[in-house]
Design a protein around this ligand. Structure first.
Ligand code: ZN
Length: 261
């Protein structure tokens, strides 16, 4: 598996240096993720593949992955567009629905669709068994952690299950939507699980001190935080509280949270 990396050209506070999209040329050329419709991105697709992709598979509905779909469709009307459904967010594109376990042909052989919710409810990864490589969308990013937007479709319990599922595959390599290729995905997943465990301990410690609201817990855990990132940090804390609630270790009354027992 040697995909062509095409940058979406969308650096910003929430995308870092911007998104990677992956073109797999061949008989049934596939583009993984649609970028945001930058002219340079479309020109790069055309330079690699004048006839355009046969199929565009997006990893999830967030706009940095789907925003470019309409302009790609305008330029190459025969392309098919596929994703796992998220009806509230799928807009007007005529998405072909993917389901867990589906096989999608690519120029490099079959890709298996893995429903991997957590970062978003519709998130998928694509598994190329021949090369033991995974296209992981926003599940993994080297040098950082993944945002779980608890108030907008994110779920930490689901995310941890998804990570465990990826780890079970013993992938040799992972291609993320942000940042460099990941040559040792299992190691990164292990680090992620440890990071979440530590974060959970911090949230429990705050609750034990009767620090009871999301805002107060966020202030305690994240001592210094750029103002633009406070809302994300609060949503991350909420994600942990909701997980603790699901585990039977925390409960909420209105906006106040407490340890169970
Ligand atoms: Zn995303």
């Amino acid at each position: 598996m040697t995909p062509t990396l095409l940058h979406a050209g969308n650096p910003g506070p929430f995308t870092g240096e911007g998104n990677w999209t992956y073109l797999i040329p061949g008989d049934h050329p596939v583009l993984i993720d649609a970028g945001v419709g930058q002219a340079a991105h479309l020109d790069a697709i055309a330079a690699s593949l004048p006839a355009g992709p046969a199929e565009v598979i997006v990893t999830h509905a967030h706009s940095d992955h789907t925003g470019g779909a309409p302009v790609i469709q305008s330029r190459w009307p025969s392309a098919r567009f596929s994703k796992y459904p998220w009806p509230e967010r799928d807009g007007r594109m005529p998405w072909r629905s993917l389901a867990d376990g589906d096989t999608v042909m690519s120029g490099a052989g079959p890709l298996v669709v893995l429903h991997t919710p957590g970062h978003s409810p519709d998130h998928i990864a694509l598994w190329h068994a021949d090369s033991r490589s995974l296209f992981v969308g926003d599940l993994l990013v080297l040098g950082g952690t993944v945002f779980i937007p608890a108030s907008d479709g994110g779920n930490l319990v689901d995310y941890l299950v998804s990570l465990e599922r990826l780890r079970q595959l013993s992938p040799a390599r992972a291609w993320p939507a942000h940042g460099p290729v990941i040559e040792d995905p299992e190691r990164l997943i292990t680090q992620y699980l440890e990071h979440r465990r530590q974060r959970e301990e911090q949230v429990l410690a705050a609750l034990a001190e009767r620090i009871e609201t999301v805002d107060a817990i966020t202030d305690r855990i994240y001592a210094t935080l750029a103002p633009a990132l406070v809302a994300m940090a609060r949503d991350s804390v909420l994600a942990h509280l909701i997980k603790l609630e699901a585990d039977g270790r925390a409960q909420r009354h209105d906006v106040h949270w407490a340890i169970v027992g």
